[in-house]
Design a protein around this ligand. Structure first.
Ligand code: V47
Ligand code: SF4
Length: 354
């Protein structure tokens, strides 16, 4: 196939694009044509709806044994600014917002060598006790792999223990870019892309749905991005367990990687290509906390259907200089979605309307 319009027609007729076709679109299709194709897919799935969630982010520690070169959030044990919340402090953070109708609590942290396995189970139980009906989306595959290595427990064992203690879903963090060559330069100590995928496959087998991400706009190429999307698409073909894909724009502040981060066009192209390539992942998120609210609104016209949520308070992107608010009210979320031209639909972690 030698012209992008033939590939775009294929997309519009709901036929899957190959690696070569995806790269052809990236190279030859105009941003307008890409956006139109992605918009047509998202509209076919959800009409004019755009989803958002009433959520709370909880980062229980920033102490981390790894030192990923793009990360401005993590601290060494004992380093100034490092913190670890006790189970009681986590409980307090949840209890302090019991007057709000929060539907999802998103919990992730650094790989703190001081925290035992029981801390994780206790944390889940404490949150579940404070909020019996909330959905708990917690711990990335990187954290699961860390605990597995440390305690000699299988991924399956840990995920089953966590599910029994209150876990409902896994967030998509830690995927970064799957390319082993790039991982070596970005985050050499981090679990491989292969193991990240295996942990999500295990979660899906246990009926724990998960999200997935790609960290983009740094030193990767479009080939790396497309290969990453295809690995996610392949796994989803086997399991159907991914709920949402989140393209995470690299934030350049306070980290040693020193790349630039994507511009507005790259951001829209990435969202559109995600919607086009990931024909089996139901939702694509325009993550306002990292991309900015204006770009997230525009992203809804480029294939995204989800706006994430209230958050309060985002720490990872903000440590790396994100100049967005640390949280939004539910009214602000509705207004931003409406003024972008879409109908806001409040959802839970599983994308059921609430
Ligand atoms: O895993 C770290 C990334 C992720 C930087 O599953 C950075 O619903 C950009 O995964 N610039 C955490 N990104 C965030 C995440 C997430 C966010 C919202 C929703 C969900 C979900 C998942 O942030 C990390 C890492 O990939 N990250 N440093 C940085 N400088
Ligand atoms: Fe640690 Fe995660 Fe930051 Fe890497 S990205 S240094 S694993 S907190």
């Amino acid at each position: 196939m030698s012209n992008p319009h033939a590939v775009l027609n294929k997309v519009l007729n709901a036929r899957r694009v190959s690696r070569a076709q995806a790269l052809e679109l990236v190279e030859k299709a105009s941003i307008h044509d890409l956006g139109q194709a992605a918009y047509s897919i998202r509209t076919g799935l959800y009409n004019n709806q755009a989803f958002f969630v009433y959520n709370q982010h909880l980062n229980f520690t920033n102490v981390c044994a790894n030192a990923c070169r793009f990360c401005a959030f993590s601290k060494r044990p004992g380093q100034e600014g490092s913190y670890t919340l006790s189970t009681d402090q986590v409980k307090e953070a949840v209890a302090s917002r019991l007057d709000e109708p929060i539907d999802e609590i998103h919990i992730v942290g650094g790989l703190n060598p001081e925290l035992g396995y029981d801390y994780y189970l206790g944390l889940l139980r404490a949150v579940r006790k404070e909020r019996p009906n909330v959905r708990i989306k917690a711990f990335t595959a990187v954290e699961i792999a860390f605990l597995s290595d440390k305690y000699g427990l299988s991924h399956e064992q840990i995920l089953s223990d966590f599910a029994r203690s209150g876990l409902d879903a896994l967030p998509g963090g830690g995927a970064e870019v799957f390319s082993p060559k790039l991982r070596q330069r970005l985050c050499p100590e981090k679990v491989s892309g292969k193991t990240w995928l295996e942990i999500h496959e295990t979660a899906h087998r246990l009926d724990i749905p998960t999200n997935c991400t790609l960290l983009f706009g740094h030193i990767e190429t479009w080939e790396d991005r497309v290969d990453h999307l295809l690995a996610l698409r392949d796994l989803q073909d086997r399991t159907g367990g991914f709920l949402c894909f989140i393209p995470l724009p690299y934030q350049p502040g306070n980290n040693e990687l020193g790349a630039r981060g994507p511009d507005g066009i790259d951001l829209m192209k990435m969202i559109a290509m995600s919607r086009i390539v990931l024909d089996n992942i139901p939702h694509i998120k325009a993550y306002w906390a990292f991309s900015g609210i204006k770009a997230a609104q525009t992203g809804l016209w480029f294939g995204a259907d989800d706006f994430d949520g209230t958050i309060v308070e985002e720490k990872i992107g903000h440590a790396a200089g994100a100049d967005t608010p640390k949280g939004l009210t539910i009214e602000q979320l509705r207004d931003y979605i409406r003024s972008a031209g879409f109908d806001p639909v409040q959802r839970d972690s599983f994308f059921a309307a609430v």
